[in-house]
Design a binder for this molecule. Structure first.
Ligand code: FAD
Length: 427
């Protein structure tokens, strides 16, 4: 329907910059995008590629509903949608925005972006990271009437990857993309300069000019009187066959978020550390049965958690066990395969969901040597969000603040913005 409207001249809700970049693409681009009608990641990609075909005659887009063309899907070994082919070769899979697709095609985009960023005046508050923490920081800072920018690799952050959010206070139920769009709308409402698809790779503390510098991957440098770091984290992957294919189709990473989706079903937890055992205890109260798989000879979680786990009737623990595959029926998870490391015997357990709980990795590699990090790589902050670097604050999943959740990240972002404002009025 949108493609029809746009073809008829109805303006798309896309920045003019992006339309100009689409029009400037040179070459022959023949896209085939496989999608399904129930896939929540597909509409963005289908719409993006349709829009590109409408605005640039050199772009051709064919949209294929996988269910109607099963033979084709099998021949091309498509296990997840959306799956995009360009000129017959795999181009991308998973959700992508039109900006991301254009950036992937347009080789001159990075240097043009860098020139635009370099030309910007210094910010009062520059936020690096556009998840819930960064968005809340942006709203709080902008409402003080100061100059605020957000540079983010992918605005919205981790919430983009979830289908159901049911624990953000005052919102009974929403999905990740809707939540991310609402974050962006509120940040834009306050006139914040959003620099999306921009990755920071170095931070330089303020020198004599009092400005902190953030160097970007494309070579640009942004300057600001204060910086808030909110680059979040990513779940550590177990890297076995099936994990990527069945992400969001039974493979989950957040028991607080996705546990209720498995009510009454059988699940597994990979990981016997504190987070894995907490997840197993949490899940045992909701699901029919939990299988815990731990690589080491013993569970590594605190004794009190292990004792609690052992008291539960619907939990089975396998230690010294190596997960070798997450199995599925092509559309969702149907089991987990693991190897007994002592005997070498392979086992397969039938179940509907697998929670990978082998840790979160903070996106802070680029800050090593500049900002104090914990041994887990989290940015050390005090109760007001200060880091050890003057004028640099941090919030959300990238910090030492426990319990990685949206509401907590948003609260911490707000706090960091108020601390940054306090710093500005005192210096
Ligand atoms: P993030 O959301 O991780 O955002 C980080 C931001 O920084 C992103 O914009 C990212 O692109 C950017 N970034 C990273 N590195 C750089 C860099 N070098 N330069 C520039 N930008 C960078 N929590 C709940 O409360 N309820 C739920 O239902 C829920 N469900 C979830 C489901 C899934 C599948 C996942 C993965 C997480 C879920 N969570 C949920 C956890 C929640 O999403 C996080 O706690 C929250 O998003 C953290 O917010 P954040 O802003 O700190 O970081």
């Amino acid at each position: 329907m949108l493609a029809l409207l746009w073809t008829g001249g109805h303006p798309p809700k896309v920045e003019q910059d992006v339309i100009d970049s689409i029009k400037a693409l040179d070459g022959d681009f023949s896209f085939e995008v496989y999608m399904s009608l129930t896939c929540h990641n597909c509409p963005d990609v289908v719409q993006a590629l349709s829009l590109m075909a409408i605005f640039n005659p050199k772009v051709k887009t064919t949209v294929i509903e996988g269910g109607a063309f099963q033979k084709e899907v099998e021949e091309r070994q498509i296990m997840a949608v959306p799956m995009v082919f360009l000129n017959g070769e795999v181009f991308a899979s998973g959700r992508m925005s039109v900006e991301e697709i254009v950036a992937k095609l347009d080789t001159g985009a990075a240097s043009r972006d860098a020139a635009k960023l370099n030309a910007k005046d210094p910010f009062d508050v520059l936020i690096v990271g556009g998840g819930p923490a960064g968005a809340a920081a942006a709203v709080y800072a902008a409402r003080k009437g100061i100059r605020v920018g957000v540079a983010a690799e992918r605005f919205g952050g981790q919430v983009n990857d979830t289908m159901a959010i049911e624990n953000y206070i005052s919102v009974l139920e929403t999905d990740g993309p809707k939540f991310a769009a609402a974050l962006e709308a509120q940040v834009r409402h306050y006139g914040v300069d959003i620099m999306n698809l921009q990755r920071a790779d170095k931070l330089t503390p303020a020198g004599a000019d009092g400005l902190v510098q953030v160097q970007m991957e494309n070579g640009a440098t942004l300057k600001a009187k204060t910086v808030i770091l909110s680059t979040g984290a990513r779940w550590r992957n177990v890297n076995v066959p099936g994990e990527q294919e069945y992400k969001n189709k039974g493979v989950a990473y957040c028991p607080h978020c996705d546990g209720p989706l498995f009510k009454g079903k059988r699940t597994a937890v990979i990981g016997g550390g504190n987070s894995g055992i907490e997840a197993a205890i949490d899940l045992a109260g909701i699901v029919e049965h939990v299988t815990v798989i731990e690589f080491a000879e013993q569970l590594k979680a605190d004794a009190v958690l292990v004792n609690k786990l052992n008291s539960l009737p619907n939990v089975t623990v396998h230690t010294n066990a190596q997960t070798t595959e997450i199995t599925g029926d092509g559309s969702k998870v149907n089991g987990i395969r693991f190897k007994d490391r002592a005997t070498g015997a392979e086992h397969h357990v039938e179940l509907a969901g697998v929670f990978v709980q082998i840790g979160l990795v903070p996106n802070t590699e680029w800050l090593k040597g500049t900002v104090n990090l914990s041994r887990f790589g989290e940015i050390e902050v005090d109760a007001k969000g200060h880091t050890n670097v003057p004028g640099v604050f941090a919030a959300g999943d990238c910090t030492t603040v426990p319990y990685k959740q949206i509401v907590i990240a948003a609260g911490e972002g707000a706090k960091a913005a108020l601390s940054a404002f306090d710093h500005l009025i005192r210096s």
